[in-house]
Design a binder for this molecule. Structure first.
Ligand code: HXC
Length: 520
């Protein structure tokens, strides 16, 4: 055997060893828990045959706890790059079969290397997380490794999309990298995110809670809003990442071109008039309005289970990606509360950072009143959405379908905070407050008089009609130019598509500054 042949065999042996991770037994345990291995996950994520691995022979440097004799090639994380939908992405995938996927200094360095490459080359970074957290044997070196990752998450924020897929435990400080990325994906029944686990909680606060209830997918989808997408299996979850990547740009300078859509941009939106109820007090599903307007009715909703009173997600119009924000009258009458404001604000900021035009559908009775909301800080949280829409310089289109009352009118991408084109349906009601509340304040004396004369109902109806006629319509706003056009619902799609085309060259500069100070 020639020297080269010998060396090639050595390379093949080492390569094979590196692919075994923590060994066949631990791989079988991973499979029996319904989980894929780190490499199987990468294969599911990337276009077939496109993965190029880096650092497969890296090992840890720890000598304490007899670790010098326990070196495993790759040290618990598979890193590299490959293609999703034909475009390069960088990826790391933690290998739970090696020290529980725990993070050593070497493991962290491998992740940092792909993070640096992703940022330098303007490609998305996808982290497949399955880890017991800091490698206990390494102590502070592991903590330093985490901080290196956190720092890079912040440098990359708004430059490249960062996606975290949680496919196992994710505890302690390990949660903070996913929290700083743009989108968090979880799997029902096998993903967990918590700062302190059930045992610590029991010791400190005496609360008893399972890890599923504490930090499972459902909890983070519905209660905390930490996760954006939940899927029933690892495979569907990773396919969900591919779908999201097909809709968003690769970096903040990427001119995401239009795809070809078979759905004509000038088709009538025939469903909207049927969806909208006759009376303004009745709920309807804003999702159906959105579906009627966008290409082929396709809408990737983000955080569908959290703050259901507002809808956010990605779609295409005339083949161009758009970010959609919509009040949801079917839940809490579509009012703005703390959770809805935070959810929509973060989404708006993502779209603005990555040049995705915003289309906003408005049907909002106002901010949710209540002591809990005031104590919880609705003032500063509501201000987040106001801030986000105000700072956004991407094309902004607004359609008021029905209610646009009070401060919420201003917040929901109004003309005054620099939306480019604002439309309203003839059914729109744009005023300081709804008719009931308004006449109670404006006509307190008259109503009291009418009550004495036992004519309260008649008088109330008359005043309500008068108020609706005067204010609860789109025409006052249209007179002032706050609404560019009152449109028929069936014209929505063609009008929005035309506006997007008209705004393609939009350039808007803000004053130079280090950064703004969004209310946090
Ligand atoms: C070293 C670890 C480890 C860790 C797990 N292992 N976590 N090794 N450091 N953090 C090893 C186990 O010893 C075991 O090795 C193998 O991984 C699988 O672990 P099991 O416990 O057998 O698996 P399972 O029953 O599925 O439980 C998984 C787990 C549990 C829930 C993650 O292992 C666990 O609670 N680990 C500790 C979690 C933790 O407290 N991490 C530190 C958080 S603090 P063998 O050889 O038996 O296969 C933190 C600070 C970061 O992360 C701060 C940054 C700012």
């Amino acid at each position: 055997m020639s020297t080269l042949e010998q060396q090639l065999r050595k390379l093949a042996d080492k390569t094979l060893a590196s692919e075994l991770g923590g060994g066949a037994e631990r791989i079988a345990k991973q499979h029996s828990a319904g989980k894929m291995t780190a490499r199987e996950r990468i294969d599911t994520l990337l276009d077939p045959g496109s993965f190029i691995e880096l650092d497969r022979f890296v090992t840890h440097r720890c000598t304490d706890f007899e670790m010098a004799s326990q070196k495993i090639l790759g040290d618990g994380v598979v890193t590299g790059y490959g293609k999703v939908n034909g475009k390069i992405v960088y990826v790391f995938s933690q290998d739970f079969t090696v020290f529980g996927g725990s993070l050593s200094g070497a493991h962290a360095s491998k992740i940092c290397k792909v993070m640096d490459l992703a940022l330098k080359t303007g490609c998305p970074l996808i982290g497949l997380n399955d880890s017991g957290g800091a490698r206990i044997q390494e102590g502070v070196e592991s903590l330093g490794g985490y901080a290196e990752i956190f720092w890079r998450n912040v440098q990359s924020s708004g430059v490249i999309p960062q996606i975290s897929v949680i496919l196992g435990p994710c505890a302690g400080g390990a949660v903070y990298s996913p929290a700083m990325t743009d989108f968090v994906f979880m799997v029902e029944g096998s993903s967990y995110l918590f700062v302190t686990g059930p045992d610590v909680i029991k010791t400190v606060t005496h609360e008893e809670v399972t890890k599923e209830v504490l930090g499972g997918a459902e909890t983070h989808a519905e209660k905390s809003g930490v996760t954006h997408f939940v899927y029933p299996s690892e495979k569907t979850c990773i396919e969900g990442v591919r779908r999201l990547l097909s809709l968003i740009p690769h970096n903040n300078l990427d001119a995401l071109g239009a795809t070809v859509s078979a759905d004509p941009v000038d088709r009538d939106c025939l469903n909207i008039s049927k969806i909208m109820p006759d009376t303004s007090a009745k709920p309807y599903d804003m999702r159906l309005v959105i579906s009627d307007c966008v290409d082929d009715g396709e809408f990737l909703e983000v955080q569908p289970e959290y703050a259901k009173n507002i809808i956010v997600g990605f779609s295409r119009l005339g083949g161009r990606t758009i970010g959609v924000v919509g009040n949801q009258p079917a839940h809490l009458a579509g009012c703005l509360d703390i959770s809805a404001s935070m959810k929509a604000a973060r989404f708006v900021r993502f779209c603005d950072a990555f040049n995705i035009p915003l289309v906003t559908f408005v049907d909002v009775p106002g901010f949710l009143p209540g002591v809990a909301q005031e104590y919880g800080g609705i003032i500063k949280h509501g201000a987040k959405l106001l801030y986000a829409f105000s700072e956004a310089t991407v094309p902004k289109l607004t359609v008021i379908t029905r209610k646009a009352y009070g401060g919420a009118y201003d917040v929901m991408s109004s003309k005054h905070i620099r939306a480019d084109f604002n439309f309203a349906y003839p059914t729109a009601e744009i005023a300081v407050m709804g008719p009931e509340g308004a006449i109670n304040i404006l006509y307190r004396k008259e109503l009291a008089e009418a009550e004495k004369k036992e004519k309260l109902q008649e008088e109330r109806s008359r005043l309500l009609e008068q108020y609706k006629e005067t204010f609860a319509n789109p025409y006052k706003a249209a007179e002032l130019g706050y609404i560019d056009e009152v449109i028929k619902p069936e014209d929505t799609r063609r009008r929005l598509a035309m506006c997007l085309e008209a705004l393609e060259g939009k350039r808007e500069k803000r004053p130079s500054r280090k950064h703004g100070n969004i209310p946090l």
